[in-house]
Design a protein around this ligand. Structure first.
Ligand SMILES: [Cu+2]
Length: 175
């Protein structure tokens, strides 16, 4: 009896382990998604930063399945001193960037993209460079949906870094 029970337990834990492995494996190669209330946060990502960089960026797509608009009001990360939601715009050929006042609205039934060249999270005062292939923890706070922990998947530094100096230090980021 005892033997049977322990063999059942072994089988169960082997299945559980297999289940965890199956659940985790695809996440590394496919888009990862997080949800809180009516808000979905699709594929949060960032870019590797050069040594000595004081800022990093955060990008993801937000969608709101609910009947009311919501707002991304703040964000925080244990690896950054401060995280702000920024908007980058080019007006008459001049790039400008500023914090989004009052939070970033996600319309009822709508989407907002945080992507290079537009809205983005600015992670200021990062302690260590973001390394390609790692995950950066981040908390997002929505006015109605509340807060959710997500992870930014760090991609390559790449050549498509925004011209306004993401990753090049806070000085370069001055606006
Ligand atoms: Cu910025």
């Amino acid at each position: 009896m005892a033997k049977t029970r322990s063999s059942i337990r072994r089988t169960a834990s082997a299945l559980l382990f297999a289940g965890v492995a199956l659940a985790v494996a695809p996440a590394a190669s496919e888009a990862h998604e997080f949800k809180v209330g009516s808000i979905a946060i699709d594929h949060p990502w960032s870019r590797a930063t050069p040594p000595g960089a004081k800022t990093g960026a955060g990008y993801f797509a937000l969608s709101n399945a609910g009947p009311e608009a919501d707002r991304l009001v703040s964000a925080a990360s244990p690896v950054a001193r401060k995280v702000e939601v920024h908007e980058m715009k080019i007006v008459d050929g001049v790039m400008s960037m500023k914090p989004v006042e009052g939070g970033l609205e996600i319309p009822a039934g709508g989407d907002v993209a945080l992507a290079p060249g537009g809205y983005h999270l600015m992670m200021m005062g990062i302690e260590e460079p973001f390394k390609e292939g790692t995950m950066v923890p981040l908390t997002l706070v929505f006015e109605k949906a509340g807060s959710v922990e997500v992870e930014l998947e760090v991609g390559s530094m790449g050549a498509k870094a925004p011209a306004h100096g993401h990753g090049a230090g806070e000085e370069a980021h001055a606006h």
